[in-house]
Write a protein that binds this ligand. Structure first.
Ligand SMILES: [Zn+2]
Length: 459
C-alpha cells in the first residue's frame, strides 16, 4: 500500500488528504495470519523475532521480505522442518527490505531472525522515514513498511502482504508502554496482542504517557484537558456522521501517536512536521497538541484538521472492513475515504467549509496539464497517482452525487462497502444499478463527466 505511506509535507496535507499506508492490491483475497514472538531492547537497538505466517496468498507462498538490517537465522515450515532459501548472496531488494526466495512454496512460513539498529538519542540522524526501524533512545517505532515482521511477497507483482491478522507476544526491555496497530495500547513492557481484522502491523514501544478517552487514545504526549476534549469531540462527531452515512457503526477509534523522529533536531530547527496514518494510528512528529490547537482556533485551519481526521476515519470502511483490490484499488481506498471526509466536513463545519474544500480540489485539477486516465477505461496498468486518488476521483464521485441525488449516492457508497471490489466498469455499474441509480442516469454521468478523463463535467 505503500505509496499511501507517502509522507506528504504539511503544505500538501492542506490540499491532498494525507496518505495512509495501505497495501497494494493482492491477487488473492487470502487474509494472512502472523503469529509468534518478538523481543526488542530500547537501550541496545536489538530485535529478535520468531514469527510464522499462514494463510498466504498463493502467489506469495514462495518468497518473503524482511528489513535489510535483520539477519535470518532459520526458515522452517509449520512443522519445524527447515526450508532452503536464497537471499544471502546477491539478494533481491524491495525498498528497505531484502527479498528471500524459498526452495519450494510452503503453506506456513516461519522465520527466526535477529538484528540490531543504531540509536539516535540526540535525534541527530541525517534523516528518518517510515521504512526505518527507528530507535531514538527512549522509544522504538517499526511500521509495516519497515518489514520488522516477515511479510509474504509476490515477486511477479512485487507486492508485499503488508496487512495481516495477528497473535503476537511482544517483549520490550526499556518500554513503559506497548502499542500494536489495531489493538489497545498496554502499560507494561510485555504483552500479547491479537487482531481478527487484517491490519498493517505497526509497533510502537516507549516510555511516555498514555491518555485514553472514549473517543481517542493519545500516545507519548500529555495534553491539557481542553485539547484532549477538542480531539475527542471532533472524533465523536466524525464517527457519528460516518456511521449514519454508511449504516455501519464505526467501531475503531483513532490512536494519535506523537513521534520524536530520529532527525527531530533538524525538524525543530526548520519547523517542519512529518506524519503518516496507518489506520487506526495517526502518527505525527512534533506535537499532537498542534492538531488540537487548530481545532480550538476554528476557521480554515480547523476545517483542514476536521477533513483530515474524517479522511483517516473513512479508512475504517474503505481499507479495513472493505479491503479493496484490483484496478480500482486506489479509488476504492482513497477517493472513497476522501468523499466521506467531504460529507463529514459539510455536516460538521458547514456548507461554506465543504465548498471551499471542493473549490481547492477543482482548482488543483484544472492546473493539471497531463490528461488523466478516463475512469471508465482504467485497468490494472493505469497509473492512478495522488492527483487521481485525492483530487480527481473524489470530484467524480461528487459529480455523480450531483446527478443522481444524495439518497442514491449514499446507497451506492454502501454498495461499494458491501461488495467485493469491482474488477471492471460493468461490475462497477452493477453496484450502481443495485443502489437504485438508473442505467440512463449512470450513462449520462459517464458521458458528461467520466469519458475522456476531462477535468470538469460537460453539460
Ligand atoms: Zn487515505
Amino acid at each position: 500500500m505503500n505509496p499511501c505511506t507517502a509522507l506528504l509535507p504539511a503544505a500538501l496535507i492542506a490540499l491532498l488528504a494525507p496518505a495512509t499506508s495501505m497495501a497494494a492490491p493482492t491477487a488473492q483475497p487470502a487474509t494472512p495470519l502472523t503469529t509468534g514472538s518478538v523481543r526488542l531492547d530500547i537501550a541496545s537497538g536489538r530485535v529478535e523475532g520468531d514469527v510464522c505466517m499462514s494463510n498466504l496468498p498463493a502467489a506469495s507462498s514462495g518468497s518473503f521480505v524482511l528489513n535489510a538490517g535483520l539477519n535470518v537465522a532459520r526458515v522452517t515450515d509449520g512443522d519445524g522442518k527447515p526450508l532452503g532459501f536464497d537471499g544471502w548472496y546477491d539478494p533481491g531488494v524491495d525498498g528497505e527490505a531484502r527479498v528471500y526466495t524459498l526452495a519450494e512454496p510452503t503453506a506456513t512460513l516461519c522465520v527466526q531472525y535477529v538484528g540490531a539498529f543504531p540509536l539516535y538519542p540526540k535525534h541527530d540522524a541525517l534523516g528518518d522515514f517510515k521504512g526505518m526501524m527507528a530507535f531514538n533512545g527512549d522509544s522504538a517505532r517499526f511500521t509495516e513498511q519497515s518489514a520488522w515482521l516477515p511479510q509474504a511477497f509476490d515477486p511477479k507483482a512485487r507486492v508485499r502482504s503488508s496487512e495481516s491478522r495477528y497473535d503476537l507476544q511482544v517483549d520490550c526491555a526499556g518500554c513503559r508502554f506497548l502499542y500494536l496497530n489495531g489493538s489497545p495500547a498496554i502499560e507494561g513492557a510485555r504483552g500479547r496482542f491479537r487482531s481478527d481484522n487484517a491490519r498493517p502491523i505497526l509497533l510502537f514501544g516507549g516510555s511516555g504517557p498514555i491518555t485514553r478517552t472514549a473517543q481517542v487514545t493519545i500516545l507519548n504526549e500529555t495534553l491539557p484537558p481542553a485539547k484532549v476534549d477538542a480531539l475527542s469531540n471532533t472524533v465523536q462527531k466524525v464517527a457519528d456522521v460516518h456511521s449514519r452515512y454508511m449504516g455501519v457503526p464505526l467501531a475503531d477509534r483513532p490512536t494519535f501517536l506523537r513521534m520524536v523522529t530520529l532527525n527531530q533536531i533538524e525538524r525543530d530547527r526548520e519547523g517542519s512536521e512529518w506524519g503518516f496514518a496507518t489506520w487506526p494510528t495517526v502518527a505525527m512528529s512534533g506535537s499532537i497538541g498542534n492538531v488540537a490547537d487548530s481545532l480550538l482556533a476554528g476557521g480554515e485551519n480547523a476545517e483542514r484538521r476536521v477533513q483530515y481526521i474524517a479522511h483517516e476515519m473513512g479508512h475504517y470502511y474503505f481499507g479495513t472492513l472493505n479491503r479493496p483490490q484490483g484496478p480500482y484499488f486506489w479509488v476504492l481506498l482513497e477517493s472513497s475515504a476522501e468523499f466521506l471526509s467531504i460529507k463529514a466536513l459539510r455536516e460538521i463545519s458547514g456548507d461554506a467549509a465543504a465548498e471551499r474544500y471542493i473549490a481547492r480540489l477543482q482548482s488543483a485539477i484544472e492546473k493539471q496539464e497531463k490528461p488523466l486516465p478516463a475512469f471508465d477505461a482504467i485497468d490494472g496498468s493505469s497509473d492512478l497517482g495522488e492527483m487521481y486518488r485525492y483530487v480527481y476521483a473524489p470530484l467524480l464521485l461528487l459529480s455523480l452525487e450531483k446527478q443522481v441525488g444524495e439518497a442514491k449516492m449514499q446507497a451506492f457508497m454502501r454498495g461499494l462497502l458491501a461488495a467485493p471490489s469491482p474488477r471492471n466498469w460493468e461490475e462497477l455499474q452493477a453496484i450502481a444499478l443495485k443502489a437504485g441509480i438508473d442505467a440512463n442516469a449512470w450513462e449520462h454521468w459517464r458521458a458528461s463527466c467520466v469519458a475522456g478523463g476531462k477535468p470538469r463535467c460537460r453539460g
